[in-house]
Design a protein around this ligand. Structure first.
Ligand code: SF4
Ligand code: SF4
Length: 169
């Protein structure tokens, strides 16, 4: 095995592998989060409608969550959704659920891993954690005003707690 004359620490084989890796086209798939951020409003509506209509209301995403509590500082899911009943139109169930663990979610991704419909629930948690609610309503559109107000009031109440929260934007 000859030492590479241009780079004395490397053999020709290693040099060739380095060159191959450098020239290789690395195709990076965008994450769902990046994809959604890059969509138009209309595309987002279509995307989430497709996602949420797959939901079979198994409540696995709630049961698996290590930090979920039934009632979270007045953001009571049972006011809107009862087990055994068909939840109201998207994205109420999914957003309320996400906000119930707004500041305790450990971003473990188990909700998404367990979802039989493969709804990007971790992405929803990321949005809820890192974006203010007004922005979340843009990236996950379709929430009626009453539910929006409920979430905004909930977030304001939680902001006053010592733990607080900061957004990425
Ligand atoms: S990512 Fe958050 S909401 Fe999902 S299971 Fe983990 S702690 Fe619960
Ligand atoms: S685990 Fe998936 S299918 Fe089941 S209720 Fe949650 S979002 Fe819907």
């Amino acid at each position: 095995m000859d030492e590479n004359p241009e780079n004395h620490a490397l053999t020709n084989i290693v040099q060739k592998r380095f060159q191959a890796i450098r020239s290789e086209k690395v195709i990076k798939q965008p994450t769902p989060l990046q994809e959604i951020l890059g969509m138009t409003q209309q595309e987002r509506e279509g995307f989430w409608q497709d996602q949420f209509k797959k939901c079979i209301k198994c409540y696995g995403c709630i049961d698996i969550c290590p930090v979920y509590v039934e009632e979270s500082d007045g953001l009571d899911l049972s006011k809107w959704v009862e087990r055994g009943q068909v939840p109201p139109p998207f994205p109420l169930f999914h957003l309320l659920r996400a906000y119930q663990v707004w500041d305790t979610c450990v971003l473990c991704g188990e909700c998404e891993n367990t979802c039989p419909a493969q709804i990007p629930l971790k992405t929803i948690q990321d949005f809820v954690r890192y974006l203010p609610p007004e922005k979340v309503f843009e990236v996950i559109p379709g929430l009626e005003n009453e539910a929006r107000d409920e979430i905004l009031n909930f977030v304001e109440r939680r902001k006053k707690l010592p733990r607080g929260i900061s957004y990425a934007v």
